[in-house]
Design a protein around this ligand. Structure first.
Ligand SMILES: [Zn+2]
Length: 471
């Protein structure tokens, strides 16, 4: 690197550090700003150099659902063993750059990818040169991103590109998800791959999508077992099949108000360059199946990257004991006790997420306050409808979730064919009124089990709604 280049990087680092300090002082300036400034003043060479300063290396987390929760859980685990820098809830290189500005031994960064036109996953991988890319699960998500159609194939390809340039380290993949497993299978010739999965007695009676096509040859996969939507034990005529997980949950039993799970693992540890093994039984809060996958993914990541493999069992046990107070990401589903009622509230902007929310009520749900998708998001509505149809709701209150009130009315008309439904045409311009009305419905309803979920702005709606409810 040229001397002038080194100076340029140093100067941008100085300004960005100052910005980081200012962001801490001022509220709402956003955590991406210091990274933004760093990249504006410096350049990609500076970023490359900055990424190399992380002593052990950097890990990037991606997926459709669960990436924030998984990154947080992995950060809880790894922070007990080493100095980490973690960023959550971000979709930009700026946020990763902000994370890199804090000196650390391990960097853990969430990176959400929507398509290759809004993000550039392979470039991110080349710049950060991660020692790990972690995949949670890949489901069909938003059909429109920034007003453009976003077909699933392109979205899937974009996720795959994040680990494509890797030539060292470990890719962590969900064995039960044929899409992430496919990415793993392809990476096996370049890097090590750690697979995680369930080997338990769960069965999803109402999967969101009837058939899942093989990511290799496109014909329908044959499932021996489906745990949760497209996740399960599968194989294909072409020879593609579920890889054997190195880290797995081998039993789940409900005990009192807790789950007792058995985790078994034998996998390669990157810092020590040795295999580590684990066999433990631990109690955790009843998190729902989707969060169980998040926890398992975090444990698989932990086993692969902890620099202190001597005390893995203690660290996992300690972390699990802290899950009762686990802080959920903004917008995420939470259950509130109100007098004798249980009210679940939070975003469920795709079929998977809505299903995960409703699943927590295990067939007792009575009233749904549903915030609809937008114009042109019929596919999301179809997924939502499948989930709602398999539930026990007796009444549905329909609100527009995103922009279009007329689209919401169209979705309402479909819902009222099979449910007792009521339409509340309040647009996002009157978000305060919308929040008030939702609070009134939930608190005044005679029903005992209510769910408020669907689409809507994370901070403006879900966060505000939940904090109003807490107070
Ligand atoms: Zn196939």
């Amino acid at each position: 690197m040229l001397k002038s280049q080194v100076i340029r990087c140093k100067i941008s680092q100085g300004f960005a550090q100052l910005a980081k300090y200012l962001v801490k002082l001022g509220k709402g300036m956003g955590t991406s700003f210091p990274g933004y400034l760093y990249l504006k003043l410096g350049d990609y060479h500076c970023l490359r150099k900055l990424a190399q300063e992380t002593t052990i290396g950097n890990i990037i987390f991606t997926g459709t659902n669960g990436k924030t929760t998984t990154t947080k859980m992995a950060c809880m685990l790894l922070s007990k063993d080493t100095l980490t820098s973690c960023t959550f809830d971000s979709n930009t290189l700026n946020a990763i750059a902000t994370g890199l500005l804090s000196p650390s031994e391990l960097g853990l960064f969430e990176y959400g990818i929507r398509d290759t036109r809004n993000s550039f996953p392979d470039l991110v991988c080349e710049l950060i040169d991660p020692i790990g890319v972690v995949y949670t699960t890949i489901s069909r998500e938003h059909t429109l991103v920034a007003g453009r159609k976003n077909p699933f194939e392109k979205y899937f390809k974009a996720k795959e590109l994040l680990s494509a340039p890797m030539k060292r380290g470990i890719v962590v993949c969900n064995a039960d998800d044929p899409r992430t497993a496919y990415i793993g299978r392809k990476k096996e010739s370049d890097t090590l791959v750690t697979y995680y999965g369930l080997e338990a007695d769960f069965l999803d009676k109402d999967p969101l999508t009837a058939n899942i096509s093989c990511p290799h040859c496109n014909i329908d996969l044959n499932y021996q077992k489906r745990y949760f939507n497209h996740r399960g034990l599968y194989n294909c005529k072409c020879g593609f099949s579920r890889p054997k997980p190195q880290v797995k949950i081998s039993s789940i039993t409900q005990k009192h108000q807790k789950w007792e799970i058995e985790i078994k693992g034998k996998t390669y540890n990157y810092p020590s360059q040795k295999n580590v093994s684990l066999n433990l039984v631990v109690e955790i809060p009843i998190l729902g199946l989707h969060n169980l996958y998040n926890l398992l993914c975090a444990v698989a990541t932990y086993l692969s990257f902890t620099p202190n493999p001597a005390k893995i069992k203690e660290t996992i046990l300690e972390t699990c004991s802290q899950l009762d107070n686990f802080e959920l990401p903004p917008g995420r589903f939470e259950i509130f006790q109100f007098k004798d009622k249980m009210i679940g509230m939070g975003q469920g902007d795709n079929g998977d997420a809505l299903k995960a929310n409703i699943q927590l009520f295990s067939g007792k749900e009575e009233v749904l306050v549903y915030l609809t998708p937008d114009e042109g998001e019929d596919l999301i509505f179809q997924d939502h409808l499948n989930v709602i149809n398999s539930s026990t709701f007796k009444k549905i209150h329909v609100f527009p979730g995103r922009e279009s009130v007329s689209a919401a009315e169209k979705y309402y008309n479909t819902l009222k064919e099979s449910f007792e439904a009521e339409f509340h045409p309040i647009s996002n311009r009157n978000i305060k009124q919308k929040i008030n009305e939702i609070i009134d419905i939930t608190t005044q309803s005679p029903s005992q089990f209510l769910v408020v979920s669907g689409c809507g702005p994370e901070h403006l709606l879900w966060d505000k709604l939940k904090s109003r409810f807490k107070s």
